[in-house]
Write a protein that binds this ligand. Sequence first.
Ligand code: SF4
Length: 335
Amino acid sequence: MLLKLKGKGGQMIIGIPRTLTYYAYLSLWETLFHEMGCQTIVSAQTSKGILDKGVEFAVNDACIPIKLFHGHVYNLKDKADFIFVPRLLNLTREKTVTYCPKFLGLTDMIRASIPDLPPLLDFRIDLREKRGLRYQEYQRIGDLLKIHPHKISRAFLKAQRQLVSFRKQIANYGHPEKAIGVLTGCPDIPVLQDNVITLAVVGYPYLLYDSFVNAGLIQKLHKMEIRVLTPEMVPEKILTGKAGKLPKDLFWTFSNQVVRSAIYYIDDKRIDGIIHVTAFGCGPDSMVGKLIELEAKQRTVPYICISLDEHTGEAGVLTRLEAFVDMLKYRRDKA
Ligand code: SF4
């Protein structure tokens, strides 16, 4: 079947849902598709409308990020020629880890639950695979998009380099507020003084940097003049080095990043406390949260966990943050 392409001059438009891998890998995806000669469009900012659509289409017991993913895919339904729903297994070459199992089944979940979508671009990405197998995947995608697989292979290498330099840029910002500005897409965050209360706020990127889903948690902390440090600000090499602090690694890429960064910040002693942001019903976080809590307790670092779901409201989050920050100020005054 011939598609009538939606892009300018007959270019193909690839829709990218603004959640899950978007916040960690947007620079990778955009470079990949632009190098392949495609236009990209990102779904709208998360809103109540997008969440409601996600709740309508996703299975009831899914975590909120998975529900939101459904809503963001729906938002792209009439705007893109293909919607990018990757089967993301491993981007790190660490042999024993994958992404959360819910990421792995996303393509099937979306196909089964939302009717009348444009074709899904279900790129399988597993850097542990042998080169030949990866090339077979480029061929499959190349057939779908009518692009030579060599072009996809070259585009992927360029996109990986772009991702490495983006990560270095985030980790090397002198001011954490500037890094958060880039990660959240709000560059105008004022830079705070050096002696303010500092918190490590750890969690998955799609929870930390989507201000709708977390009820503006990071913005609220900035308003209270609290410095926020997040996992993305820790250089990758340091995170890998922290792996040895645990008797055993977790099985999931983002979970390891969260635990390792929490350990880094606790070791680093610059922080006054730690907030773990999690999604209600998240399987991997039942281990991640406990590990961080135990480590923080052992080192007497104040810790709270904020759990998010579709009923999370601004007032509830603000009350918890205010109580935590008041306790930290009291602790500092007493020291
Ligand atoms: S890691 Fe947790 S929050 Fe993220 S998709 Fe998996 S279950 Fe949901």
